[in-house]
Structure formats: structure tokens, C-alpha cells
Write a protein that binds this ligand. Structure first.
Ligand code: NI
Length: 142
């Protein structure tokens, strides 16, 4: 009998709204507009972010679960939505006081907030949609 557990991925979809401005403080407004386009609007703008948190690991042979998705849902609410939903990312979220709140860096922040609360044997993969067509992925890579 094969005793090696089967592996699978489970995912939870979540959502938050947030405002941001992409800009480099030492650049002029014109330089920022050239680099970031409408995302550099000095008066900010919002996005409806869609988040997918994916966990990969062994299926527990007793429960049949990789991880309890209700628990994951609560974790996302507490660690991610409470920090980001209806926030101005530049002005209210310390991670972005000195870092551009790009979708890439938001995905990294989400990964860092969630990782300590999840079992070490599960791989954590973040997918973050900033618009329906633009999304980024982060899995802890350095
Ligand atoms: Ni934007």
C-alpha cells in the first residue's frame, strides 16, 4: 500500500477595495505620469482587488483536507482585509509608507502577513488581480 499522502491545492477567493498612488517621491509629477500613467494621479484612485490565496500540500488521510477553508477565510479577513479594505495604501498602511503600493508589493505584503499563521508544510501562493486583466503572483521567492 502506498502510504505517501496525495498532494493537492486548495484556494480561497477574497476581495478588497483600496486606493493608492504609484509614484517615486524623488521624481516630478511628469516623470511619474510617464512611468505609471493614470496610477500616478496625485489625488489617488481606487481598485477592486481580487485575491486568491492558494495552499498546496498533503491531503490529510483522515479529514480529507489540505487545510480548512473556513479557517483560511477567517485568516484572510483578519490579516489582509482588516489591513487593506477601504484604505488609502500610501497613507494608512505602514508597509507602503516607503514602498510603492504596486500589485507586486501588495502581493508580497499579503504573503508575509499570512505565512506565519499557516502550517510550515503547506506552500503559500498569492494571486492578486488589480484589474480583471492584470494580475500578479507571489510565492515567497527572494
Ligand atoms: Ni492603480
Amino acid at each position: 500500500m502506498n502510504t505517501k499522502p496525495l498532494r493537492a491545492s486548495v484556494s480561497r477567493h477574497a476581495h478588497f477595495n483600496a486606493a493608492h498612488r504609484l509614484y517615486v517621491k524623488t521624481w516630478t509629477d511628469a516623470q511619474n505620469e510617464a512611468q505609471f500613467g493614470p496610477c500616478s494621479n496625485p489625488r489617488y484612485h481606487g481598485h477592486n482587488y481580487e485575491l486568491i490565496v492558494k495552499l498546496t500540500g498533503p491531503i490529510d488521510p483522515v479529514t480529507g483536507y489540505v487545510y480548512d477553508l473556513g479557517t483560511l477565510s477567517s485568516l484572510i479577513k483578519r490579516e489582509v482585509e482588516a489591513r487593506l479594505d477601504h484604505r488609502n495604501l500610501n497613507e494608512e498602511v505602514p508597509e507602503f509608507f516607503d514602498r510603492v503600493p504596486s500589485a507586486e508589493f501588495i502581493a508580497v505584503a499579503i504573503w508575509k502577513w499570512l505565512r506565519p499563521h499557516l502550517p510550515v508544510h503547506l506552500d503559500l501562493h498569492i494571486t492578486l488581480y488589480e484589474t480583471p486583466r492584470n494580475f500578479v503572483e507571489y510565492d515567497g521567492a527572494q
